[in-house]
Design a protein around this ligand. Structure first.
Ligand code: 7PM
Length: 283
């Protein structure tokens, strides 16, 4: 059911991906999140949120300066750096050794974040937005999450083939820059230029992407594919999120990007026990 992968990371033990699901906790660093007390308060609340997600069992912390959101106003490089760098510095100063991923499509932000201690680049442009991105990853030997987001996709072409072809191009871009394909994780990009029907078809057919031979990340947490179905607000989408993640796991997913770490992790552990037996029977 789950393919096994060892993903090397700079200055860290490798990520081991296979039957045991990994949970990536989302750490949003935005001007309006949590605090109006200025820079110091913002960093302090981000650090507290990261510590909480680690206590809840997060395996990776994903830091995003919200430059990458569909429909959001683009954020400048300096603004994005001002948001994310103090938080990465604070996590490192705090002695956190859990791998940090940087959610950015900007090579300069990725480069700075990795130099400060991030070991994974989470690129919603799948290395296809800027040729320098694959070079930054290759230079530092980071892992890369290549997500599918094709705003120019032909809506008449079959979705699964289009996503797989796009991700194969991401792999080719990585290899051309000297980044080995065994450092890549792929992600179908739920909610990114896809209809509701397409998002659910992608989830149901996630197993078909296993043909790429790479580990799969699932990012559905609190997204509108759940809210449109249930008619609820983002904070009310945990049950729906868990359903998508358990199904994504059943279809071969390895990493689950979530806001609510504990509940998703609990659900995924139960799913793992169902497929592979409880820990006492697994050796
Ligand atoms: C507004 C719209 C705010 C969309 C936030 C979002 C993914 C990601 C995001 C994903 C990977 C969110 C998204 N989604 N990175 N970054 N995969 N790899 O809901 O699905 O978090 S941003």
């Amino acid at each position: 059911m789950h393919s096994n992968h060892t993903i090397a990371l700079p200055n860290r033990p490798p990520l081991l991906l296979g039957p045991t699901p990994l949970v990536m906790g989302i750490l949003n660093v935005t001007p309006d999140s949590f605090s109006d007390g200025g820079q110091h308060d913002r960093v302090a609340s981000a650090l507290a949120h990261a510590r909480q997600m680690l206590a809840e069992g997060a395996d990776i912390i994903d830091i995003g300066g919200e430059s990458t959101r569909p429909g959001a106003a683009p954020v400048g490089v300096q603004e994005e750096l001002d948001r994310v760098m103090p938080v990465i510095d604070a996590l490192v100063a705090d002695g956190i050794t859990t791998p940090i991923s940087i959610d950015t499509y900007k090579p300069l932000v990725a480069d700075q974040a990795v130099q400060a201690g991030a070991s994974i680049i989470n690129d919603v442009h799948g290395l296809q937005g800027a040729p320098e991105m694959a070079e930054v990853a290759a230079l530092h030997g980071t892992a890369v999450i290549a997500m599918h987001w094709d705003k120019a996709r032909d809506p008449a072409a079959p979705l699964l083939g289009a996503v797989a072809d796009y991700l194969r191009r991401s792999v080719a871009m990585a290899e051309r820059a000297g980044l080995a394909r065994d450092r890549l994780i792929v992600d179908p990009g739920f909610g990114f230029a896809k209809s509701l029907t397409e998002n659910y078809a992608l989830l149901d057919r996630l197993d078909e992407l296993a043909a790429l031979g790479l580990p799969l990340l699932v990012g559905t947490s609190r997204k509108s594919m759940i809210g449109k179905l249930l008619g609820n607000q983002p904070e009310e989408r945990l049950a729906g999120t868990i359903a998508t993640n358990v199904l994504g796991y059943l279809r071969g997913g390895h990493i689950f990007r979530v806001h609510d770490v504990r509940a998703n992790r609990d659900a995924l552990r139960v799913a793992q026990a169902t497929l592979y037996g409880p820990p006492e029977n697994r050796g």
